[in-house]
Ligand binder design. Sequence first.
Ligand code: KIV
Ligand code: NA
Length: 265
Amino acid sequence: RRKVTTRRLAEMKQRGEKIAMLTAYDYSMAKLIDEAGVDVILVGDSASNVMAGNVTTLPMTLDQMIYHATSVVKGVTRALVVCDLPFGTYQGNSKQALDSAIRIMKESGAEAVKLEGGAEIRESIERILCAGIPVVGHLGLTPQSINKFGTYAVRAKEEAEAEKLISDAKMLEEIGCCAIVLEKIPAALAKRVSEQLIIPTIGIGAGGGTDGQVLVMHDMLGINKGFSPRFLRRYADLSTIINDAVAHYVDDVKTSDFPNASEQY
Ligand code: KIV
Ligand code: NA
């Protein structure tokens, strides 16, 4: 159980070993998924959706991300911990981007940050990298730009957007990013990008040609029943398990079955 580092991610791609990444937002779940062997744990700003109940990721604050990342780091011994920079903490201002990334690294103990976008945020990424902070890129469907896109549909189906994505990916590699998340783009495009890069790509809804996969933990564990895009594979039905357990508990309390004689002092 060797510790996963950014260097090891590069080695995994060279060896052809796929990278398994999953999100986590709290100590207990991070500990469980780390022990189960996940390589990279993403403290995603999807916390906005699955933890805070917001419709988009935009409301997430830096303090909230640091709270989640701090909790996750305490539960992890092997996985590489990556933390999202939330909306409004890095776009259009490289000094602010650097300050935000430094706060995450210093206060939470995360080992890398992730930022959404390509050429538009190049200066911000470069400045963060200059401080010795590893950066994971994120291209394709970038949920912090949902108001620009107007839809969560597949990105880069058209040639022009696909070309921009390829040039952004090459740029991210050139300036020194350690990996790139590719979200909801055609599988053929994701495969092409992955083959052209030395750094690993990690896909979500981007097919099997990427160097790794990432899913939102609540989605793959079946905690939120309502969300079922084509790319999602459900590995458990926790919503049913939790509902049954809680209904059983309520029933036991109502009928005075719980606690019994051996469950008291
Ligand atoms: O916030 C998140 O969970 C993410 C993944 C979907 C890549 O950015
Ligand atoms: Na995110």
